[in-house]
Ligand binder design. Structure first.
Ligand code: FMN
Ligand code: ADP
Length: 307
């Protein structure tokens, strides 16, 4: 096997700071295959009693984004309690050395091995004579460090515009469309409903403007898109919440694709990209008031999305 340049990290969200790490690795060792080593589930899900932070990306999305950001290969380590108990030496011998790295690149706050006892300095000592080590500073973004925590906080505040700024792209929430209460069509606003799994980050309850994309490479009628044609993206009014007007219980992400009533999305994988927040959820006294408000929401969406 030829030598490689190895990057290690969680990379949840694959934000611009993460992309910089991959870019730096590429620049340090031009010519060598870039391998990203990442962990699943999130190490804190195993290590911390309170569990992992809410995830910005599912594993498949993380892997796809890492490849888009320049990874030639992504190795996903099954982060079990046994794996967490490896010594720093064993981590290097078992996981890193077999990749034959000429260089290992990590963020300067990287910790590894039992009890998080390894750091960049440990990595340097263990790699001496075998591979070089680069520890990168956190990447700044408009005076604040771009990091997953800031993005999570922005989402929890409903500030999806700020989350998009930190992410370098709109926050994307994806899933498979489920049936709801079959009320949307009667209201004149059919909505494609996604469940909100407990482990995923999701914007604060409210109404948003954004885009819906089918992820299965099929058009609305199930036919393959023409070769080279990108997936279709539709402007949408998005409601996140439990439908308080109807005393709902389940939290969902519901998207009304503007001006369409012909879509068949049950069972389809879709992505919802959040562009801007319009308002909070309201418990209306009747459906008329909800419909008047939804008409207004659609106008706001058109303004925001320019469609
Ligand atoms: C643009 C938009 C705004 C919405 N705003 C509210 C709201 O303020 N309060 C509320 O109870 N439900 C709101 N909803 C959710 C509707 O109640 C829900 O889409 C409708 O009951 C249909 O549910 P169903 O998809 O399960 O049939 C909104 C939905 C959309 C698309
Ligand atoms: N413009 C549209 N936006 C979203 N979904 C649509 C649209 N037009 C048709 N649909 C279809 O209608 C379904 C939603 O209808 P709705 O009456 O809200 O039922 P449900 O309560 O099951 O979500 C969607 O899952 C999708 O298959």
């Amino acid at each position: 096997m030829s030598q490689s340049v190895v990057v290690i990290g969680n990379f949840d969200g694959v934000h611009p700071g993460h992309r910089e790490v991959l870019k730096a690795a590429r620049q340090a060792e031009p010519g060598l295959p870039l391998i990203v080593v990442t962990f699943w589930p999130h190490p804190l899900a195993v290590l911390r009693a309170t569990g992992a932070p809410l995830l910005l990306t599912r594993l498949a999305e993380r892997v796809a984004l890492l490849k888009e950001a320049g990874a030639d290969e992504v190795r996903v380590i099954d982060f079990t309690p046994a794996f967490a108990a490896l010594t720093p030496e064993a981590f290097i011998t078992d996981v890193i050395a077999p990749l034959d790295p000429a260089r290992v690149v990590v963020g300067e706050n990287f910790r590894f091995g039992r009890g998080a006892s390894g750091n960049v300095e440990t990595l340097r000592q263990l790699g001496a004579g075998r591979f070089k080590v680069t520890g990168l500073g956190l990447v700044g973004h408009e005076d604040v460090d771009t990091c997953s925590t800031l993005i999570r906080t922005a989402l929890a505040d409903g500030d999806v515009a700020l989350a998009a700024e930190h992410l370098g792209r709109p926050f994307r929430f994806s899933g498979v469309v489920r049936t709801g209460d079959r009320r949307g069509r009667q209201l004149g606003f059919p909505t494609a409903n996604l469940p909100v799994p407990a482990e995923l980050a999701c914007p604060l309850d409210g109404v948003y403007a954004g885009w819906v994309t089918r992820l299965d490479g099929l058009d609305a009628h199930g036919a393959a898109l023409a070769p080279g044609a990108g997936p279709e993206r539709w402007p949408a009014a998005i409601s996140v919440g439990t439908n308080p007007t109807f005393d709902g219980i389940d939290r969902r992400v519901e998207s009304y694709v503007l001006d369409r009533t012909d879509l068949e999305l049950y069972g389809a994988p879709i992505a919802v990209d959040f562009v801007d927040r319009i308002r909070g959820q309201v418990r209306f006294d009747g459906i008329e008031a909800l419909i008047v408000q939804m008409d207004d929401d659609v106008l706001r969406c058109r303004e925001i999305l320019g469609s």
